[in-house]
Design a protein around this ligand. Structure first.
Ligand code: 2AL
Length: 248
């Protein structure tokens, strides 16, 4: 099967890292296509960034549909554009926050999310509520780490994440940790070994959950809310996003 993993920010080093982690988690027969959009913010750490990352992300979903991709993973912890992507796609689409939170609920009783900047904590809380995961969420914590510092090998990002994880285990009553950024995916295994609790990265969790859904023959339901969007003209810069009248 072919799974397209879309890093909705345009930083190639982060897309490469996400692709490597997705491939490491995937089954031997799975092809992982890791991309970032042709346009958009270099990192996503605000609602403004999320909104502007979404058109490029949707263009990648549309290209994937034309190429017959089986499933998609939106590899940013705010899960930007998830519902719109589901409308466009035939196969299943997951966001990494959604995948990680659900995986955490299967193996523990309470998880803490450790994320980047404090300003992104509201979106993590919002998603936990929206997914029915709030009762599993002990707390959302931030390291005050800009996303692109995760791409700088000279930064002390890992040490700051470890410190915050230790505070979570001491203070939150959690038994599982969820990494709150796709750029942390490469740290997951070593953090879990160092901290002695399950640490979940939504990139790996998302790829394996998608493999399960595709293996079950399950696709996005096209009855009702997630039906293909209605064809209509778009104006201005959005003209290329107009959908044709071809029925699906
Ligand atoms: C993210 C993420 O996963 N990718 C990105 O650019 N921003 N999430 C976050 N909480 O900062």
């Amino acid at each position: 099967m072919r799974i397209k993993v879309i890093n909705p920010n345009t930083t190639q080093s982060m897309t490469d890292k996400i692709g490597a982690c997705a491939r490491a988690a995937a089954r031997p027969g799975t092809e992982v296509i890791a991309v970032s959009p042709a346009m958009g913010p270099v990192s996503i750490e605000s609602h403004y960034d999320e909104a502007l990352a979404t058109p490029g992300l949707l263009a990648e979903i549309a290209a994937g549909e034309a190429a017959g991709v089986d499933a998609y993973l939106i590899a940013c912890f705010g899960d930007p554009g998830l519902k719109a992507a589901r409308e466009l796609a035939r196969g299943p689409v997951l966001g990494i926050a959604e995948a990680a939170m659900h995986a955490a609920s299967f193996i523990g009783s309470r998880f803490t999310v450790v994320t980047t900047l404090a300003r992104t904590m509201g979106q993590a809380h919002h998603l936990a509520e929206a997914y029915g995961m709030a009762r599993f969420c002990a707390r959302v914590r931030a390291c005050e780490l800009p996303v692109l510092e995760l791409e700088d090998p000279r930064s002390n990002a890992r040490a700051r994440i470890v410190d915050e994880c230790r505070r979570a285990l001491d203070e939150d009553g959690c038994d599982v940790l969820v990494l709150g950024c796709a750029g942390m995916a490469d740290l997951c295994r070593s953090l879990s070994e160092e901290l002695g609790v399950p640490v979940i990265d939504g990139v790996s969790a998302g790829v394996t959950l998608l493999e399960s859904l595709v293996s079950l023959g399950l696709k996005t339901s096209k009855r009702g809310e997630l039906a293909h969007p209605l064809p209509k003209p778009m104006t201005g810069l959005m003209q290329p996003f107009a959908l044709g009248s071809g029925a699906r």
